[in-house]
Ligand binder design. Structure first.
Ligand code: ADP
Ligand code: MG
Length: 246
C-alpha cells in the first residue's frame, strides 16, 4: 500500500535521509525507533509531503510521485496525496479556539464537503471511538494531554486516510496518560488501520508492531519483526539505544 524507493532528502547539503526503501502492507503497524536526529520526523514529513524528498519514489495507494519532479508540484497534487495520510504530532496541534467536536468537524466540512449535520454525526462517532463521548463541547485547554491526543487521532481519522502517521504521539505526555493514547492506537490496529509510528515506547514497539525499523543517521539500519530486531545483539548502536530506554 505504501512503497518507497531510494528516497533521500538533503537539507542545505547535509544528507538527512539516505536511500530509504520501504514496503508497507495494508493493516500493519510499523514502529520506527532510533536516536534523536536520525531522520524519523523527516521521513514522516516526506511521506505526507510536508517536506519534499530530494530523490526517490513514493507510491501511496493510487498515487505515485518521483522526485525530483519534472515540474513544480501543484498545490492540488500535494493535497490529494496528503489526504491519503493522517498525521498525529507529538504536541497538541488542535485549534485552541474550537471545541473537540469543531476540531474534528472542520476537515469534514472544508475538505470532505459534508454538510454540518452529517459532519456532526461523523465527528460524534469518531469521538466515541476514542472514548470521549462526553467531551465534545470542551476546548483543548479543558482536556488533558492524553485526551487532546485522542481528539487529534479522531481528527486525523475523519479524513479517512489510508495510513496514519504518528510522530512520537506520547512523548509530550505525563507517564500516566501514555497508556490511554496507546490503547486507542491498538484499537485502530484491531480495526485494520495501517499505522506508521515513530515512538520511544519500546513495549508498544515490541508487543503491538508487526515490524520495527531502527533508524540511524538517515538510514534504516535494522528492520524486521520486533522479535528479530530486539534480539540483534550484534548491532551495538541498536543495543545501546534500547538499553538506554528500557
Ligand atoms: P528525528 O525526528 O529522528 O529526531 P529529524 O528528522 O527531526 O530527526 O532530523 C534529522 C536531521 O535533519 C537533524 O540533523 C535535523 O537537524 C535536520 N533537519 C530536520 N529538519 C530540517 C530543516 N527543515 N532544515 C534543516 N535541517 C533539518
Ligand atoms: Mg523527530
Amino acid at each position: 500500500m505504501l512503497t518507497i524507493r531510494q528516497l533521500s532528502k538533503q537539507f542545505e547539503g547535509s544528507e538527512v535521509l539516505k536511500n530509504i526503501n520501504i514496503d508497507i502492507t495494508e493493516g500493519t503497524t510499523t514502529a520506527i525507533i532510533g536516536p534523536s536526529g536520525s531522520g524519523k520526523s523527516t521521513l514522516l514529513n516526506c511521506i505526507n509531503l510536508l517536506e519534499l524528498p530530494s530523490q526517490g519514489t513514493i507510491r501511496l495507494g493510487d498515487h505515485s510521485l518521483t522526485f525530483p519532479t519534472s515540474e513544480k508540484l501543484s498545490h492540488r497534487t500535494i493535497l490529494e496525496f496528503r489526504q491519503q495520510t493522517g498525521m498525529v504530532f507529538q504536541g497538541n496541534h488542535l485549534f485552541p479556539h474550537m471545541t473537540a467536536l469543531q476540531n474534528i468537524m472542520l476537515g469534514l466540512v472544508t475538505v470532505k464537503k459534508k454538510n454540518k449535520n452529517d459532519a456532526l454525526v461523523c465527528a460524534k462517532a469518531l469521538l466515541h471511538k476514542v472514548g470521549l463521548d462526553a467531551y465534545g463541547e470542551r476546548y483543548p485547554y479543558q482536556l488533558s494531554g492524553g485526551q487532546q491526543q485522542r481528539v487529534g487521532i479522531a481528527r486525523a481519522m475523519a479524513m479517512e486516510p489510508r495510513i496514519l502517521l504518528f510522530d512520537e504521539p506520547t512523548s509530550a505526555l505525563d507517564p500516566e496518560l501514555v497508556e490511554e493514547v496507546l490503547e486507542v492506537m491498538k484499537d485502530l490496529k484491531r480495526e485494520g488501520m495501517t499505522l506508521f509510528v515513530v515512538t520511544h515506547e519500546m513495549a508498544f514497539a515490541h508487543r503491538v508492531a508487526d515490524s520495527v525499523f531502527f533508524m540511524d543517521q538517515g538510514e534504516i539500519i535494522e528492520r524486521g519483526s520486533p522479535q528479530e530486531v530486539f534480539s540483534k545483539k550484534d548491532n551495538e548502536k541498536l543495543r545501546y539505544f534500547v538499553s538506554r530506554l528500557s
